[in-house]
Design a protein around this ligand. Structure first.
Ligand code: ZN
Length: 163
């Protein structure tokens, strides 16, 4: 099993736009398995430098309730909620983002079967956060420019330190 390298903000590749998956085959299923090993509550393929519309989510404490979203599309949104978000690509940074409270999402599962999911609460937030990654958007882009600059400076310093 390949251990995936997670891109860290402000890596430009986090801003690439993911392409739809043409066929849900074994390569995609391997990608899903590898992404799931990365253990966040959610991960978009963009974060591991694979620019395909694939997302894995698992909000369970036991890490045993995998939700796979391939070619996901939000078809309905309503309400408003604010939550302190974090991201594997933006380590150590947490800040409040306002999103829709409830979403309906259509996607394919890892067998390539279409399904519709109505989500609310943390799951709805997580879906919106991960789908943003697929269009090259990182949650810090919802914050003020000043905050974004501070985060960039902080993370760049940390990357240098790690080298
Ligand atoms: Zn993220």
């Amino acid at each position: 099993m390949a251990l995936l390298n997670i891109l860290k903000y402000p890596d430009e590749r986090l801003h690439k736009i993911a392409k739809p998956v043409a066929q849900v085959d074994d390569d995609i299923r391997t990608l899903v398995t590898d992404m799931y090993e990365a253990h966040g509550i959610g991960l978009a393929a963009t974060q591991v430098n694979v620019h395909k519309r694939v997302v894995v989510i698992d909000l369970s404490e036991e890490h045993n309730q995998l939700l796979v979203l391939i070619n996901p599309n939000i078809t309905q949104k309503d309400g408003e909620t604010t939550y302190e978000e974090g991201c594997l690509s933006v380590p150590g940074i947490y800040d409040s983002v306002t999103r829709a409270e409830r979403v309906t999402v259509e996607a394919l599962n890892e067998q390539g079967e279409k399904f519709t999911l109505e989500a609310e609460g943390l799951l709805a937030i997580c879906i919106q956060h991960e789908l943003d990654h697929l269009i090259g958007k990182v949650f810090v882009e919802y914050l003020s420019v000043l905050k974004q600059d501070r985060i960039k400076t902080k993370l760049k310093k940390r990357i240098k330190h790690d080298l």
